[in-house]
Design a protein around this ligand. Structure first.
Ligand code: FAD
Length: 298
């Protein structure tokens, strides 16, 4: 029997809403409705993606629905990319085509001027994220699938980093200086110089989604629409292009400093101060000058 999955996130009302809508769609299409949870202590995109990927490849669900939450917006696109299927984000309506049994995913397009109906005919699963408050929650019946990743080492690593993550999260919210790195940093080891600058300034290190997705930094450090919203006095964006989703997280920063080797990078349109050049030359020079000012002669 074909399956319709709803990804379960604890304490997110959208899950019950999706289950209620999922029940209607599943009945129309003769599918089994399943709520799928990943039993790990904290969300980390790569572990959750791996856990879901294995089960999706085994059970081959027809449809997968996620809440358009910070986690859903991170996990669903990663999983869709790994599966080579499509994803319709921020749907406001879901219907089943009675003839083809295909999911019709309805969402606003062109700045909300039209409602587009998107279908993903040939790929499996058909995936969508849906905002909270679109469908009413109803108690319905479903099968509960709990994925318990067979990886005690993953659990241990997650538990070990948990304390660190909490400290980082707290620090990003409370610090006056955030030094954030993006893909322009080149390789994960180069984050070392951002750590050094953060140490000199007494600040914290943040990251773009691109580097979090590549596993260079932890999700707790991601700044932006699907990460943290921060409000430091100074935000130094290093090798970050300035995508709208990243800028969304730093609107409340008092001063934005951008370091980028591309003078046309969009981040310069928003920066208070822009430094055009190689981040790996500029940041060490900043550290050197700060040391010279604060610890002359050392
Ligand atoms: C639903 C959704 C949610 C998203 N949420 C987020 C989010 O929360 N946070 C987020 O960050 N993104 C988010 N994104 C992704 C976002 O659209 C961008 O893809 C991402 O921000 C790009 O990261 P980046 O700037 O590090 O990489 P890129 O866009 O690849 O930019 C790298 C930059 O580095 C510069 N560069 C290269 N080498 C050097 C060098 N040696 N010195 C200096 N500069 C250099 C380049 O000129 C370029 O401008 C989201 C996207 C979607 C669709």
């Amino acid at each position: 029997m074909n399956e319709l999955w709803v990804f379960n996130e604890p304490n997110q009302p959208v899950v019950d809403e999706l289950l209620a809508k999922g029940r209607i769609l599943a009945d129309q299409a003769g599918m089994k409705l399943c709520r799928v949870s990943v039993d790990l202590p904290d969300f980390q995109n790569d572990y959750f993606t791996r856990a879901l990927l294995t089960l999706v490849q085994k059970r081959r669900p027809q449809i997968m629905l996620f809440g358009a939450t910070a986690i859903g917006k991170t996990l669903a696109p990663t999983l869709a990319a790994k599966l080579g299927t499509g994803l319709t984000a921020d749907c406001t309506g879901l219907e089943i085509d009675p003839e083809t049994q295909t999911l019709k995913m309805i969402r606003p397009a062109y700045s909300g001027n039209i409602l587009a109906t998107v279908i993903c005919e040939k790929r499996r699963p058909q995936m969508a994220t849906v905002r909270s408050g679109i469908f009413g929650p109803e108690p319905v019946q479903f099968e509960d699938i709990i994925i318990r990743p067979d990886c005690s080492s993953v659990r241990k690593r997650m538990q070990k980093t948990q304390k660190l993550d909490d400290a980082e999260r707290e620090k990003l919210h409370s610090t006056e200086f955030i030094i954030a790195g993006g893909r322009g940093i080149g390789v994960p080891e180069n984050f070392q110089c951002l750590e050094e600058l953060a140490e000199v300034l007494g600040g914290a290190v943040g990251a773009s989604k691109a580097v979090v997705d590549m596993g260079w930094r932890r999700w707790e450090q991601q700044v932006g629409l699907s990460g943290k919203t921060v409000a430091p006095v100074v935000y130094i964006a290093c090798g970050i292009s300035g995508a709208v989703q990243h800028l969304e997280g730093i609107r409340r920063a008092d001063i934005l400093v951008a370091i980028n080797n591309d003078p046309e990078a969009p981040i310069f349109d928003y920066a208070d101060y822009g430094l055009v050049g190689d981040v790996l030359e500029i940041v060490p020079e900043m550290i050197r000058q700060l040391h010279e000012r604060h610890f002359p002669g050392k």
